[in-house]
Design a protein around this ligand. Structure first.
Ligand code: GLN
Ligand code: ZN
Length: 758
């Protein structure tokens, strides 16, 4: 009999209950007891939802982040929280976000660094280690949640991050080698496992997703020695890997001395047969058969076709699970009241994915006939999606097929274009601009909401947005900026705004996924071939341009960013969807140019985010990502100046690709790195223009003229002044006008001073 289990369930709640409780607590509007009570309620609901499973995860719930939870379990906190007043939870939030409830300005500390969890859009708090780091067990959270789950009547399986992945995720603060800490770490893990066993845990899921990344010999050796050390202890260990293939670690993963192995059979389908062959016969194999990273229904009949022979081989040793924790998908499709029946029938969120797993398991255990109705319904849904005209648009497919290299090619090389643009645009040295958005004031948000709810007419809404655009233009003129923007008042979000206007996209109401802490995102769902029924931004930009003689910069989101911030199709490669997006946004670029807009910015904030986990696969991604950008951008005349913008990026290892994008101007976030980010552009002899951000827009602080001049002087030591622009790090939508105006005044004054010095 195959078993069915889960690796982790979303913790935010179907209506983001956790977010609201966290934020109320941080603002001092509710007590610690209230927050903890809500958390307990959410856990109970989640276990209830999962109660049909043979094993249910415990310890996957978190009040902020599962890596930070593990740090607390290991008694490993940064020394800056030592001796502070308050509860353990206060310290937890201090590490997570710099302050807890009631911490006054001076009581707060700097938050732990946050970084992406593998290739997901979830961010974890990086454990900070030094050679002196020590660990002491604090098993309270896990033990009490285990007791809760047992009391709730589920067969509980505690989930922890494995010791090697924990160190892999950590960062050395003193140049030591974090792997040297393994011998200090393992006794704490042993102790924890013993305690969990004593508390009745038969199985413990120990996550080692580092196994799907490139590991050098030291790390592989660490895995061996860690699990040989831990094997003496009681509960049975299910070693979980996910987010990719094992490749050259396949044998290692199969042979580690644990009782079971979980593998991602969505991204690693091709390896399953080998794993079945290699896995020693006393071990359980947990097959991650349904996609924990996407929102599509699984083709259950197709899954059964490849699972059945495996089930016959493995018998009781087969477990079924999602490919990874369901943390990365929304909670419950049943919350969606507005999706049409077609689309709804194609989707599965966390709760529905567990139901799929149950059907698969029953089919294997009891025979297909036992779930004939479910399988038939699933087949109907899969066929409806496969054959839908809403998904398949032959004209779009043909357009992608007909893409030629020429489409991605500007007419002349950068040098010639730059001359023409100089003559045409007549910009001064150190031209000043902004990244696109101006403050999204309460009035703007109110108007947008009222329009969405159909409380105000299109005309009323349009008039109000035009007034906002005019305000932004007049302010920029007063400030004396050289290249203006319309301010993005009409945009809620840089991806959603375009998705809403493209054919092939749909939006959920409650499809939230945790990004970090209380922050959730609602990725749009790219379900079909992408086309653009009509121009999306031209009227707004044209209107903005009509108000001023200064050049107006058109503002678009690039195809790679739209793709990387969406749930994407699983029935075609990402590259294919990206090219479709590229063709649609290219039409918009050309329409803007035809409308007399001579400068067009195409934001690619998320280009780096799409990099695969293994560096050996980077080039393949960069090839199609950069080609998609080029197709979008390069259908214009030499006189038209193409800008791109990228924030939160590091460029060292992708500079060649950035240069190949061949944007006339790239604006980047640099202020916090003190312009050091430009080193690689200098070394690479990056040929085009650069606008290194001169101040951090995340902070309310107003930069001084001197600070900006100093930063730009540093920039000019690396990049010739004729190729430098002066701009903030990113868009200004989260700031207030009272911060924006003086900051930009200083920025313009700095540019003036720099021109005089030149
Ligand atoms: N144009 C966008 C803005 O200014 C860019 C946002 C981003 O890079 N994240 O808001
Ligand atoms: Zn940005």
């Amino acid at each position: 009999m195959a078993l069915v289990h889960n690796l982790g369930f979303p913790r935010i709640g179907a209506k983001r209950e956790l977010k609201f409780a966290q934020e109320a607590f941080w603002k001092g509007q509710s007590s610690e007891a209230e927050l903890l009570a809500l958390a307990k309620e959410l856990r109970a609901t989640n276990w209830q939802t999962q109660s049909a499973l043979d094993l249910v995860p415990v310890g996957d719930f978190s009040l902020y982040d599962q890596v930070l939870d593990m740090s607390f379990t290991l008694g490993h906190l940064p020394s800056r929280v030592e001796g502070l007043e308050g509860s353990e939870l206060d310290n937890y939030f201090r590490v997570a976000r710099g302050r807890s409830a009631n911490d006054s300005g001076c009581n707060c500390i700097h938050a732990g660094e946050m970084t992406k969890w593998f290739d997901t859009n979830y961010h974890y708090i990086v454990p900070e280690v030094t050679a002196e780091t020590t660990f002491t067990l604090n098993a309270e959270r896990l033990l009490s949640q285990l007791a809760e789950a047992q009391a709730a009547g589920v067969h509980a399986k505690p989930v922890i991050i494995g010791p090697v992945t924990y160190l892999w995720l950590s960062k050395e603060k003193d140049g030591s080698n974090r792997l040297d800490l393994l011998p200090k770490l393992l006794p704490v893990y042993s102790e924890l496992l013993e305690k969990l066993a004593a508390a009745g845990a038969e199985w413990v899921q120990i996550d080692e997703p580092a196994l799907v990344t490139e590991l050098d010999a030291d790390w592989k050796h660490a895995l061996e020695s860690a699990y040989h050390t831990l094997k003496a202890t009681q509960p049975k260990l299910l070693l979980a890997t996910y987010f990719g293939t094992l490749q050259d670690h396949l044998q290692l993963a199969c042979n580690l001395p644990v009782a079971g192995l979980h593998v991602d059979a969505v991204r690693g389908r091709q390896e399953i047969e080998k794993v079945v062959d290699w896995l020693p016969s006393h071990k359980v194999l947990s097959v991650g058969a349904i996609d924990g990273r996407n929102i599509w229904k699984t083709d259950l009949n197709a899954a059964l076709e490849w699972l059945t022979p495996i089930a016959e081989k493995l018998g009781d040793r087969l477990w079924l699970a999602p490919s990874c924790s369901l943390l990365h998908v929304p909670v419950d499709l049943d919350s969606e009241a507005r999706l049409d029946d077609d689309i709804r029938s194609w989707l599965a969120f966390a709760k529905q994915k567990l139901a799929e797993l149950t059907v698969l398991t029953r089919a294997l255990n009891e025979g297909y006939a036992a779930v004939a109705d479910e399988l038939a319904a699933n087949q109907a849904a899969i066929e409806s999606r496969n054959n839908s005209e809403r998904v398949h648009n032959p004209a779009v497919k043909a357009a992608v097929k007909n893409i030629t290299a020429e489409l991605g090619q500007r007419k002349s090389p950068y040098g010639e274009r730059a001359d023409r643009q100089r003559t045409h645009l007549k910009l001064p040295l150190y031209p000043t601009t902004t990244i696109g958005s101006f403050p999204q004031t309460p009035d703007i948000r109110k108007a947008r909401l009222a329009f969405k709810k159909q409380e105000i007419s299109v005309d009323h809404y349009t008039a109000q947005m035009k007034a906002e655009i005019e305000h932004a233009v007049r302010e920029q003129e007063k400030l004396g900026l050289d290249v203006l923007v319309h301010g993005e008042a009409e945009r809620n979000d840089m991806v959603e705004y375009f998705g809403e206007q493209l054919e092939g996209y749909v939006f959920s109401q409650f499809g939230w996924v945790q990004s970090y802490g209380s922050r959730c995102v609602k990725p749009p769902i790219l379900f079909g071939d992408i086309s653009r029924p009509k121009a999306m931004t031209v009227d707004w930009i044209k209107y903005a341009q009509s108000l001023t003689d200064k050049p107006m910069k058109g503002m678009l989101t690039g195809p790679v960013t739209i793709l990387n911030w969406s749930f994407v199709r699983d029935d075609q490669p990402r590259s294919e969807s990206c090219l479709q997006l590229a063709l649609a946004v290219r039409q918009e670029v050309q329409d803007l140019e035809a409308a007399g807009v001579n400068i067009i910015q195409i934001d690619e904030a998320a280009l780096r985010e799409g990099l695969p986990l293994r560096q050996s696969e980077w080039q393949g991604y960069l090839d199609w990502a950069v080609e998609s950008f080029r197709i979008t951008a390069n259908g214009v005349s030499d006189e038209t100046q193409i800008h791109t913008h990228m924030c939160y990026s590091e460029f060292n290892d992708i500079i060649e690709a950035i240069a190949h994008m061949d944007a006339d101007v790239i604006t980047i976030e640099t202020s916090r790195s003190d312009m050091e980010l430009l080193d690689v552009f200098e070394e690479f002899e990056y040929p085009n223009e650069i606008g290194p951000g001169v101040y951090d827009i995340h902070s309310p602080n107003i930069p001084t003229v001197e600070q900006i001049v100093k930063l730009m002087t540093k920039a000019a030591e690396r990049i010739p002044a004729e190729r430098l622009w002066v701009n903030p790090d990113c868009g200004l939508k989260t700031r207030q006008w009272q911060e924006v105006t003086p900051a930009l005044e200083h920025m313009v004054a700095a540019a003036t001073a720099l021109r005089e010095q030149a």
